[in-house]
Design a protein around this ligand. Structure first.
Ligand code: PLP
Length: 368
C-alpha cells in the first residue's frame, strides 16, 4: 500500500553525511576525516557513574526538567540564570527541537549563519518556518551588520553556534556583543549553541548570555566535551516563559533525558577534560599548516574540530567525489551551505590519519 506521508516529508532531505558513510562502507581502508564526534572514549569515571546509576535503579522517568542534582549543578555553572530557567534536554538536538517548536510559527523567519549546522536549517523547514541565511564567507566572521540587514517583521529568532560547525570559527567578543545588542533592539531570541564550548583554542569561550541574558537561550551538552554522543544528554537555559514552554513540549516528546545518564552527566560536569583541548589544538595546527603548504585557500579555525577550506577546482561535490575515489572521506560544503565551494575536514582523528589525509589532499590539489 502506498503510504501517504505528510508534506513535511518532502520539505527535508537525508543528510549528505549519512549518504557518504554508506558509500564508505565499501572501502577497504578509508581515511575518515568526516567524523563529527571526538575520538577519545567516555572518561572512566563517567562510565562508572552510568553503571552505578543503572545498578542503583536510577532507571525510571525523571522530572521533565531533569534530575534535581544535575539541575542544581547546572545552576552553579550558569549563574546568569535562575534555577527554574534551566532544564535538561535530550542533548543539544533535543534543545533545538524544543526551542524551534516553542518559537516558530509557519512562515516565521529564523536567521542562521551560512555555513550552518545542518539541523539549524532542516528543523525550520520541518516546521514550515523560513531559514534566512546570513552569509559569512569568505572569512567566516560574524559580521553583525549582515544579520541586521536580514531582519524583517517576520524574524523571530537567531541561531548561532560558537565555536561553529563546520567552519571552526570562534567569534570575537565585540562582534558577539554587537549581535546581542541588535537582538535586544529587535526583541529577538538568540539561540546560542555552545556544544563546542570546551574546544576553544585561542581565546576563552564567550557566553552571549553575559550580554543579553533576558533574550538568550543557551544550549550546552556533553556529547562533544565527554564523547557522550550516544547518551543524549544536554541542557538549556533561557527566558522563563520560553523554558516553561520547552518543558511542556518535552512532556509530549522526549519525556526526559535518559535517567542513569543524567547521573553520569553530573559526574562529567565535575570532571572537565583538561588535556583534550591542547591535543586537538595541535592537530588543528598540523592540519592548517599542512593545507597552507599544499596551497589550499583556508581560514584558520579557532575552535570545534573542523576546518573548512575552499576546493581547489570544480564544485565541492565534484571534488569530494574525487576524494572518495581515493578513499578519503571529507564532506562537501553544500551539506552545510547554500554554496558548494568548500569542504569540511574533521580532525577528530589521529595525527597519523591526518598525515595520510594531507598526502592525498596534496595530490588532489591539481585536477587529474
Ligand atoms: N550543534 C552542533 C553545532 C553540532 O555540531 C552538533 C552535532 O554535531 C549538535 C548541535 C548536536 O549535538 P547533540 O549530540 O548534543 O545533540
Amino acid at each position: 500500500m502506498p503510504i501517504r506521508l505528510a508534506d513535511r516529508a518532502a520539505a527535508t532531505s537525508v543528510s549528505g553525511i549519512r549518504k557518504m558513510f554508506e558509500i564508505a562502507r565499501t572501502m577497504k581502508n578509508p581515511v575518515n576525516l568526516a567524523i563529527g564526534q571526538p575520538d577519545f572514549p567516555v572518561p572512566p569515571a563517567v562510565k562508572i557513574a552510568a553503571q552505578n546509576a543503572i545498578a542503583a535503579d536510577h532507571n525510571a522517568y525523571t522530572p521533565t526538567a531533569g534530575c534535581p542534582e544535575l539541575l542544581a549543578a547546572l545552576h552553579c555553572a550558569l549563574p546568569q540564570y535562575e534555577k527554574e530557567q534551566i532544564m535538561v534536554t535530550s542533548a543539544v538536538s533535543g534543545g533545538l527541537v524544543l526551542a524551534y517548536l516553542a518559537l516558530l510559527n509557519p512562515g516565521d523567519e529564523i536567521l542562521l549563519p551560512d555555513p550552518y549546522f545542518v539541523m539549524y536549517k532542516q528543523l525550520a523547514l520541518l516546521l514550515g518556518a523560513r531559514p534566512v541565511f546570513v552569509d559569512t564567507y569568505p572569512d567566516f566572521g560574524l559580521h553583525p551588520e549582515r544579520w541586521e540587514a536580514a531582519i524583517t517583521p517576520r524574524t523571530r529568532a537567531l541561531v548561532l553556534g560558537n565555536p561553529a560547525n563546520p567552519t571552526g570559527a570562534a567569534y570575537a567578543e565585540d562582534d558577539l556583543r554587537a549581535l546581542a545588542e541588535l537582538a535586544r533592539r529587535h526583541r529577538l531570541v538568540l539561540i546560542y549553541d555552545a556544544i563546542y564550548e570546551t574546544f576553544s583554542y585561542d581565546a576563552p569561550f564567550v557566553n552571549v548570555a553575559d550580554f543579553y541574558r533576558e533574550g538568550t537561550l543557551f544550549l550546552g551538552g556533553f556529547s562533544k566535551s565527554h564523547a557522550m554522543t550516544g547518551w543524549r544528554v544536554g541542557y538549556a537555559a533561557g527566558p522563563l516563559e520560553l523554558l516553561q514552554t520547552m518543558a511542556k513540549f518535552q512532556q509530549f516528546t522526549f519525556v526526559c533525558a535518559p535517567a542513569p545518564l543524567q547521573d553520569a552527566a553530573l559526574t562529567a560536569l565535575h570532571k572537565p577534560l583538561t588535556g583534550v583541548a591542547a591535543d586537538y589544538r595541535s592537530r588543528r595546527d598540523l592540519l592548517y599548516q599542512g593545507l597552507l603548504d599544499a596551497g589550499y585557500q583556508v581560514e584558520k579555525p579557532q575552535g570545534a574540530f573542523y576546518i573548512f577550506p575552499q576546493v581547489p577546482w570544480g564544485t565541492a561535490t565534484e571534488f569530494v567525489d574525487e576524494c572518495l575515489k581515493r578513499e578519503l572521506m571529507v564532506v562537501a560544503g553544500n551539506v552545510f551551505s547554500e554554496r558548494d565551494t568548500h569542504f569540511r575536514i574533521s580532525y577528530a582523528t589521529s595525527p597519523a590519519q591526518l598525515e595520510r589525509g594531507l598526502a592525498l589532499l596534496r595530490e588532489l590539489k591539481v585536477k587529474s
